[in-house]
Design a protein around this ligand. Structure first.
Ligand code: B16
Ligand code: MG
Length: 224
């Protein structure tokens, strides 16, 4: 592995926990369609794009053939309208433990920082958190043909930073995200359970445990 020059972050589940807001907005929409979803089902929507999330909900309610593409677009837009209102409550206090310190430490050491999130609302969320200007690049997911686990979004982040993939560390909380980082040829850091993060080069169970020193030691050890 080359000398690390950049850190690429997933947003939801790594920098902040917006999953709860996605859950409320999807639950309300699903219930209008006569479909019930619970928190366990919501786990399967993490890291999944808006339209793919809607598809999964429709399949769950056995309504996969009920709506036209245009109607599905309208349903997804309705969910997003509620989500956009809900995330207005997000503020600095919603940054996950240890993340603000890690970002500052990375900046002070001169690392490049980017966001590789499936969310089209990522720039708004980063603004509410007060940390948008700390990132050198935010990938626009609408420019990415294939979502995670495809490596495209992480490769695009490296390209925007003008850094080779093997000089990047990617940080993710979703299995599909870890797969995406690994396929991109980057060093993967997972946040989550041992089971969910088994493919990560290194993992921690909480963002509070993330430290630059430890990550660099693990990169050295792994020699990937
Ligand atoms: P939006 P991440 C993902 O964010 C969320 O985990 C997922 O639940 C959501 O459907 C997706 O963004 C798209 O979000 O509807 O705001 O475009 O984990 O990739 O940061
Ligand atoms: Mg995530």
């Amino acid at each position: 592995m080359a000398k690390i020059k950049a850190f690429i972050f997933d947003l939801d589940g790594v920098i902040t926990d917006s999953a709860e807001y996605h859950y409320h907005a999807w639950k309300n929409l699903a219930s209008e369609l006569g479909i019930n979803i619970d928190r366990e089902f919501n786990e399967k929507l993490k890291g999944i794009s808006r339209m793919d999330s809607l598809e999964r909900i429709l399949v769950h309610g056995n309504q996969q053939d009920r709506y036209s593409e245009k109607e599905k677009e309208q349903l997804a837009a309705k969910k997003n309208d509620e989500y956009v209102t809900l995330i207005e409550q997000i503020s600095e206090k919603d940054i996950l433990p240890g993340i603000a310190t890690l970002i500052d430490e990375l900046k002070s050491h001169g690392y490049q920082l980017a966001i590789a999130s499936a969310s089209k609302n990522a720039p708004a969320i980063l603004s509410y958190l007060g940390i948008k200007e700390k990132f050198d690049a935010i990938v626009d997911p609408s420019t990415i043909a294939k979502g995670k686990p495809d490596p495209a979004i992480f490769l695009e982040a490296a390209k925007l930073l003008k850094v080779e993939p093997d000089a990047c560390v990617g940080i993710e909380d979703a299995e599909a995200g870890i797969e995406s980082i690994n396929k991109a040829g980057m060093f993967s850091v997972g946040v989550g359970s041992e089971e969910a993060m088994k493919e990560a080069h290194y993992y921690v169970t909480s963002t509070a445990e993330l430290s630059l020193e430890q990550i660099l030691k693990e990169v050295e050890k792994a020699n990937v």
